[in-house]
Unconditional design. Sequence first.
Length: 614
Amino acid sequence: MDTRISTGDQGFIPFGVGCRQCPGELFVTTTFELTLANLLYHFDWTLTDSVSSESLDMGEVLGMTLHQRTTSRELKLITMDELSVGSLCFIAVATLGLSLALKRALLSSKTQALKLPPGPWNLPVIGSIHHLLGSELPHRALLRLAHRHGPLMLLRLGEVPTVVVSSPEAAMEVMKGLDPAFAERARGTTIDIVSFGGKGIVFAPYGEHWRQVRKICVVDLLSARQVRRLETIRQEEVTRLVDSIAVTTSTSSPIDMTQTLASLTNDVIARAVFGGRCRQQEEYLRALTAVALTAGAFSLVDLFPSSRLVRWMSFGERQLRKHHAEMVRIVNSIIQERREEKASPYPAGAAAKDDDDLLDVLLRLQKEDSTFRLTAEIIGALISDIFGAATDTTASTLEWALAELIRHPRAMEKVKEELRKTLGHGRATLTGSDIGELHYLKMVIKETLRLHPAFPLIVRASQESCQVMGYDLPQGINIFINAFAVARDPRYWKDAEEFNPNRFEKVDKDMNSREFNQKGFEKIGEDINSTTAHLGFIPFGAGRRQCPGALFATTTIELTLANLLYHFDWTLHDGESPDSLDMGEVLGISMHRRSNLRLQAALSVSSGLSSHSN
Ligand code: HEM
């Protein structure tokens, strides 16, 4: 039924007339009618402060006015001065609704012939967002929705259609079978700002630029040779950490392991990139954190990319641009300083030196005769991508591993026993070469990554139209691969919610994984450093956009965890029980523990540190 109120009568033209007549009239009138009917049906309304109805101020003011209902059934009029951010959002959302309703009508005619994946019901304007609101984090809410709608599901996040992949089979098709079609990353205003317009690697559009920077990362920055070369840095930083913890053992004061591990990974990465001789390192890390925090906040701009109104209202976008500009300024100044510091900066063709840090490697490559121009902007973008991808992920994985071991004393005892048996007693330091035989320790890390993937949602986009699991996915659609859901699929992981490192023992002899292989799922590597035993385990992603820093990450995590568990016995502070340890999650750059992990350390019987550090 058409409830339009315009009569077309020239004496009544609240929505205008003619070819520019408001196209949102139907939307607005239905909203007004429903709201007013509800307000008048449910409540009796009076004026506050005994104002009589005759004296009610009916004066006009130009701007926007809104009315507000309070639970005490008072009527209050507010003017533009009092207009809240929420009210502004309401206006924005309503206005957006008009344009989106029209756009969707046009779009739906284009997609009618396609067999799209199923999904939850949508509301006007916000689409499926209401299914994701509440206390659950997005990866958990999406897992819940996948139970109802299936492993491939279509959502509309604001105006952005997004397909969510939630099973190993679907992940297999997207990341392996159709790898090139899905090697694109999703774009958006926030991503464009933080990624220098895709000039780095993480959010680079799939194409020639990405191929070139990926080659630099895989061959020159994060190769096995480079990771070995950085062994000294890892070793020194972990030793420094162990010594600082040893000092606390005599005072029995608790240690904030969240902060301690964040500092460790920051220092390791900063020394690897800047060589530890960079004056502005701290300043850079502060600017990077400000960018990460602003970018991590909920962004309407990304949900309604076509809306100029949302853009105009977006405080976050302006803040993000400001913090990002500061980060660019600092990194440019670091590069400039490095060039001036070197007597003969990076002559073309000169061999890399042993003490070259990653910035040296990049500046040296810049001098090489190549068709690919490695500009200062690309170097800055690569450096910030490496910091962003490396520090938070490594620290949070270490923290989850410690927390899980505290909650599982038998696993803790088993890993410590392996350390004692393999390395003996009385060692003051453990090095990278001690790690090779620590199989149970590696299984603990794998199990931690399975239950707590640093990036629970891996973000991709389709660069061509294709079919997945019998459904049509149009070109340019955003894809979320729910690594969290995939690693909890009960068909492949028995007691999937349980922390059980043993499940990684001989993974292909395991009943579940045999079933996995029989169904034709290919193993794509067995060693932890190749990151994936099968597609039910994708903490580092898979396919051509798979994490190139996995070796760097796992060597740092293994060395740190081995040292922490060899030298110390860990307990919770103040007699807190392991069962009550908060394992809640929160999303930052990566998925963290909700509360800081505060632990007490005592020197273990195996440690050779007692006289050394105290
Ligand atoms: C526990 C630690 C880490 C985890 C769990 C992790 C996970 C991931 C994941 C899931 C992706 C997306 C992969 C995909 O789309 O298939 C990724 C991409 C990436 N990671 Fe990591 N990562 C970690 C540490 C690191 C480290 C230490 C570095 C560098 C030193 C790094 C550098 C990168 C880069 C450059 C990309 C983008 C690759 C591309 O788009 O081509 N990561 N990582």
